[in-house]
Ligand binder design. Structure first.
Ligand code: ZN
Length: 448
């Protein structure tokens, strides 16, 4: 990497770090102003279009829940001291807690407390979206302090659940030269945790900005920011016909930790999306942890369901479920950094570039090799090609591989795979051959 590129990547890392700091403290949930504020910040990166879906709407087998607002919450001891304070960490309140304002002894409070016994200073993350309840998440030390408190405890959650409210989603669709369309989706419903899922939000927004900078991409790209599960279900319900046509997708989550990179396959395991991801890892000389498809995880559960069957993959760096800080207050800005997120971003970026350039070609001269010399594509003096000690014409191998595999079934990713040659070089030479009239595209019809 030269100095200018180095400066450029450092600038990007600084930008990510700055955004992490702005986004981290915001209280996000399935609904609410925290989600709107998050999207406003992400709109500084890319011009996302924000929509509000009314609470109470029936979306397939689900109903959009009321909008949850929480202003304050605490547990005070008899001296009026806040032992638990929502203002210090929004993880202290179980997501979607109903309002409460009571005096209780510890025994009555206990069923409403969640803690991690093995860790003394870590707050767990819990929600109760679909069962009306309230609760607090506390560190073990706080739990012990509450247990020791003399007398009654004042417990208050200043929240409300508004049936007239709405759920906020955002999207950006960038039309390309063809209707072949890919989804890049992420979720915005987690409060103050960095890997899950500020990393996903930022990578998705940066990728959207990248595609816009291309001007008119070759493929059509759809970026979606939704609350996990209910948001994806509602988005699919609203855009059913269009979503059924998508070629493939990515769900971006947990990609900013210090641990190794991983990749969860699509349900097909060998879809173009899988092959693009494997090629990007191979080019980067990274051997990722491999996670075969299983029907748990994130919104691939909705996007790949029988009615839609969009093949969706995920690249991770400290994958959800697999790191000890997962769904706790330790998933914070000590754990995640701009430079780790930038590593995942660079991998995702390459996957998008590969997918955007990928094409299938068919030779216009399929019966034996075409005569390249008369088209100015082959050296005129015979005998010197690939001779030991002589410098081969740089792209002859590439020409040969492309022409050999240009049978209407091999795409550029597959040619790169079989030949071991660079994808970018193959893409460049294939375009040159098309310009010389030796290849035809077999892509979906142009929208131009
Ligand atoms: Zn999560």
């Amino acid at each position: 990497m030269d100095k200018a590129q180095n400066n450029e990547s450092q600038k990007e890392i600084d930008e990510i770090d700055h955004l992490l700091n702005s986004l981290f403290p915001i209280t996000r949930s399935l609904t609410g102003d925290g989600n709107r504020e998050t999207l406003r910040i992400l709109q500084e990166i890319a011009p996302l279009i924000v929509s509000e879906y009314p609470c109470g709407s029936v979306v397939y087998d689900w109903v959009i829940p009321p909008e949850w607002r929480v202003r304050d919450a605490y547990i005070k001891n008899v001296s009026g001291e806040r032992i638990i304070d929502f203002k210090k960490s929004n993880l202290h309140v179980v997501g979607y807690s109903t309002p409460v304002d009571v005096q209780l002894d510890f025994a009555s409070l206990r069923p409403h407390l969640h803690t991690i016994e093995a860790e003394e200073d870590v707050i767990p993350y819990r929600t109760s979206y679909y069962k009306r309840d309230w609760g607090f998440c506390v560190t073990r030390l706080q739990y012990e302090e509450l247990e020791k408190s003399e007398g009654v405890l004042s417990v208050k959650i200043d929240s409300d659940l508004d049936n007239q409210g709405s759920m906020t989603v955002a999207e950006l669709r960038v039309p390309g030269e063809t209707e072949e369309e890919y989804l890049v989706s992420t979720y915005l419903c987690h409060p103050s945790m960095a890997n899950d899922n500020l990393s996903g939000l930022l990578v998705t927004a940066f990728l959207a900005r990248d595609i816009l900078r291309v001007g008119r991409p070759k493929k059509t790209w759809r970026f979606v920011f939704v609350p996990e599960t209910i948001g994806a279900v509602a988005y699919l319900h609203k855009n059913e016909i269009e979503m059924m046509k998508l070629a493939g997708g990515l769900v971006i989550t947990t990609c900013g930790g210090p641990g190794p990179m991983g990749y969860k396959e699509t349900f097909l395991g060998n879809h173009t999306m899988d092959r693009a991801i494997r090629l990007a890892f191979k080019e980067a000389l990274i051997d990722p942890l491999r996670y075969p498809f299983v029907p748990d995880g994130s919104d691939e559960r909705q996007y790949s369901s029988p009615g839609f069957r969009i093949p969706v993959a995920t690249i991770t760096k400290d994958k959800y479920y697999e790191y000890p800080e997962y769904h706790t207050s330790s998933d914070n800005l000590d754990f995640v950094s701009g430079s780790e997120i930038a590593k995942s971003l660079s991998l995702y970026r390459r996957v998008l570039e590969i997918l955007d350039s990928n094409q299938i070609f068919r030779s216009t001269q399929p019966f034996c090799e075409p005569q390249l010399g008369k088209r100015g594509l082959y050296p005129n003096v015979g005998g010197g090609i690939n001779q030991v000690g002589s410098r081969p014409i740089p792209d002859v191998d590439t020409l040969m591989w492309i022409l050999f595999l240009a049978d209407g079934t091999h795409d550029l990713i597959s040619i790169a795979d079989k030949s071991g040659l660079e994808f970018t070089e193959i893409d460049f030479v294939a375009r040159r051959l098309r310009g010389a009239g030796l290849l035809d595209r077999c892509d979906p019809p142009s929208t131009l």
